[in-house]
Design a protein around this ligand. Structure first.
Ligand code: ADP
Length: 224
């Protein structure tokens, strides 16, 4: 169960991945969360990457590949994982297949218009990173995380100019990964253009795809 969830910023991939992981008993590895944690703790990698995140730019490949390579060596990844935010460049995509094998790529397909509306209303917990918004994931107490009771914040890279910049970069650098992986991995698309679709519905769609894929696979194994 080694999966990648790919999609533009604000496509809902982080929210879906964080719900899929406990459900399938695998670990959710978000490079964005890993980086933000390193920045908060002021680790050497956090200090080196802070500015890139604030500007909405990619962290250099060597730093992020190193981070993910170390993370994938940890014991908890043996039961499987879902990668969220990695790979983001063709170079990272190539390197990933040298580090590990991947059985499924879930591609979150969503228009820019929907993304911009989503990101502008997004908040996340300053401590546990749980994501909220003002339409479909409303915290019980305004500005406070339901789970750990810490304050909700707007991420510094969630401003309109930065979002536009991140979308341009996504189109140029990350989207081509789908083509690159086309003949190397199984790819399943999830169309998520309905602004009122709840995270629960998106999660269910992704889960159905994963379960369908696993069923097909176990049938194939039986046939062989
Ligand atoms: P989003 O999905 O909303 O873009 P993430 O939390 O995945 O947010 O990532 C936040 C930021 O972390 C990115 O804008 C980028 O600066 C950095 N980052 C995360 N993953 C990578 C990666 N694989 N390669 C380069 N930079 C990355």
């Amino acid at each position: 169960m080694k999966k990648i969830i790919l999609g533009p910023p604000g496509s809902g991939k982080g929210t879906a991945a964080s719900r899929i992981a406990p459900k399938r008993n695998i670990v959710h590895i978000s490079t964005g969360d890993l980086l933000r944690e390193n920045i908060r703790k002021q680790t050497p990698i956090g200090i080196k990457t802070k500015e890139f995140l604030e500007n909405g730019d990619f962290v250099p490949d060597n730093l992020i590949i190193n981070l993910i390579e170390n993370r994938l060596k940890e014991r908890d990844t043996e039961k499987g994982f879902i990668l969220d935010g990695f790979p983001r460049t063709i170079n990272q995509a190539k390197k990933l297949l040298e580090i590990t094998d991947i059985d499924l790529l879930i591609n979150m397909d969503v228009t820019e218009d929907v993304i911009i509306k989503r990101i502008l209303t997004r908040l996340s917990c300053s401590h546990c990173n749980k994501i909220y918004n003002t339409r479909t994931i409303i915290p019980r107490q305004e500005g406070i995380c339901d789970d750990c009771k810490n304050p909700l914040i707007k991420r510094s890279d969630d401003e309109i100019e930065t979002i536009r910049q991140r979308l341009v970069i996504y189109k140029e650098m990350t989207k081509p990964i789908i083509n690159f992986y086309k003949d190397k991995l199984v790819i399943k698309d999830v169309i998520c253009n309905d602004l009122n679709q709840t995270p629960e519905e998106t999660f269910q769609e992704v889960l159905d795809i994963i379960e369908g894929f696993e069923k097909e696979n176990s049938q194939l194994e039986k046939d062989i």
